[in-house]
Design a protein around this ligand. Structure first.
Ligand SMILES: NC(=O)c1ccc[n+]([C@@H]2O[C@H](COP(=O)([O-])OP(=O)(O)OC[C@H]3O[C@@H](n4cnc5c(N)ncnc54)[C@H](O)[C@@H]3O)[C@@H](O)[C@H]2O)c1
Ligand SMILES: O=P(O)(O)OC[C@H](O)CO
Length: 443
């Protein structure tokens, strides 16, 4: 197994990325067929044109043809990167499709043989992305070894609960491929992020993490989107940018792996809170307050665990927080909304039937923050509601009654230490317990 050295020269037996990006054009698909940019882009332009009363009119056909020319350039110079995507759910499928559309050699690994057959036949992912046609060059396989062998990059898009197991299963077939995590979560009980698990299970592998405001359905709709690839390896960052970049999907780079990864994992906590708030029909002020205090908690936890707080001002921080907290496409938002509507957590997870990482992340972060004295009041409040069956409105009121705090502690520190503040919120939450007990005895 070749090892990547950290001076950014990842040397793979399967090829050096800087050489691999020269293209041999094998396939020039006709973009006049259904592969041309979806009418949706034109739809956005038309709406922009209509609303631009008095401003210089955009000619939709000119802009549309510019986008097509852009896409054709990508097709004329396909990056012949050989990619494996593991996890045939919403996101693995959406990303594999983007890479295939860019002309990469892409195989999507799906556990179920029958599903592989159906996807090969219909070129759709009926369960997770019904109605969206996938690129006809995308290949599917249920054979994990065959999928990862002779590849340049292996993208993992399985739930965090399956991440370590999947790495163990591919370990015997790693001969220099790089690994990129698309998973946004924290391993149960170990508090390990996916990059920690990669270092644990494949210590010599060159790796990266990718995270950002990437609702899979919107990506399938060609809605202009962006993400962040974070890695110590510049060749790997460039390779992922080349593989996924297009007129509809921009890939920005970072070397703060911890910060990018934490942004993607932590924002799921607050999407659940925002879904609950939406069920209570709160106003924009409340949403803005919640979003801002969520960002404060994310960056605080990030700094305490070795991330750069400024990373949370980027796409994987505030960007993903905004998208996930504002959209019913977010599974975590939907879980929160069901909770706010009175459903139990088990019933909500069962009804959702898909991955909602935030439910586990709340527990992991609550426990780690309590243990390390990191002030995470919203997380603690959600934990009290979901895992201790506390009354949501009572817990929310305690949050509002909490003492005087600094707006941005990196500008002006809190009067009290995070450990003292954590103790206060724990006491407040247990007060809710006493309140309930009192109410109970009064009933
Ligand atoms: N859906 C999105 O918009 C989106 C965007 C960015 C990141 N992500 C992240 O990507 C990860 C995957 O999410 P998703 O949305 O694709 O979930 P999903 O529920 O749509 O699909 C999960 C996939 O993982 C497979 N899987 C489950 N357990 C497995 C196991 N033990 N071994 C192998 N495969 C297993 C399932 O069969 C399914 O194909 C999550 O961490 C999520 O946070 C999702
Ligand atoms: O559906 P969610 O809540 O997992 O969010 C999907 C993506 O992470 C949004 O970036």
């Amino acid at each position: 197994m070749t090892s990547a050295n950290k001076d950014n020269t990842a040397n793979h037996s399967t090829g050096d990325f800087t050489d691999k990006t020269t293209a041999q054009t094998e396939h020039k698909p006709d973009i006049s067929n259904n592969e041309k940019p979806s009418g949706l882009l034109a739809g956005i332009i038309e709406r922009a044109t209509k609303s631009g009363v008095g401003r210089r009119k955009l000619d939709p056909s000119i802009v549309e043809s510019d986008v097509e020319k852009n896409m054709q350039k990508i097709r004329d110079n396909p990056t012949k990167l050989r990619l494996a995507f593991l996890g045939g759910g919403s996101f693995g499928t959406a990303m594999a499709n983007l890479a295939a559309r860019n002309g990469c050699d892409v195989t999507l690994w799906v556990r179920n043989k029958r599903t592989v057959k159906a996807m090969t036949k219909t070129q759709t992912n009926k369960k997770y992305l019904p109605g969206y046609k996938l690129d006809d060059r995308l290949k599917y396989s249920h054979d994990l070894a065959a999928t990862v062998k002779n590849k340049d990059i292996i993208f993992l898009a399985v739930p965090s609960s399956a991440f370590r197991e999947t790495l163990k299963n591919i370990a015997p077939f790693i001969t220099g491929q790089s690994v990129v995590s698309l998973t946004k979560g924290m391993e149960k009980d170990t508090f390990a992020l996916m990059s920690d698990i990669i270092k644990d299970e494949l210590p010599e592998v060159n790796f990266g993490v990718m995270s950002g405001p990437n609702l899979a359905i919107e990506i399938m709709k060609n809605m202009p989107s962006a993400t962040v690839i974070a890695s110590d390896s510049e060749p790997l960052r460039h390779a992922v940018q080349a593989a996924l970049h297009s007129a509809f999907f921009r890939v920005f780079a970072s070397d703060d792996v911890k910060g990018v990864e934490l942004g993607g994992a932590l924002k799921n906590i607050y999407a659940i809170a925002m879904g609950m708030a939406a069920a209570y029909d709160v106003g924009e002020n409340t949403k803005a307050m919640l979003l801002t205090r969520a960002l404060a908690e994310m960056s605080r936890f990030g700094v305490e665990t070795g991330a750069n707080p400024l990373t949370f001002l980027g796409l994987s921080g505030v960007g993903d927080l905004y998208a996930t907290c504002s959209s019913e496409l977010s599974r975590n938002f939907r879980i929160g909304n069901m909770l706010g509507s009175g459903m139990s957590i088990d019933a909500a997870v069962k009804k959702l039937g898909q991955t909602a990482e935030g439910v586990n992340t709340i527990q992991q972060v609550h426990e780690k923050a309590t243990k390390e004295g990191i002030y995470m009041p919203i997380t603690h409040a959600l934990y009290a509601v979901i895992y201790e069956d506390k009354a949501a409105l009572g817990v929310a009121l305690h949050l509002m009654e909490a003492g005087f705090r600094s707006d941005v502690e990196f500008v002006m520190p809190h009067d009290h230490s995070n450990a003292e503040l954590t103790a206060q919120i724990q006491a407040a939450t247990s007060d809710t317990d006493d309140d309930n007990a009192t109410k109970g005895s009064g009933e």
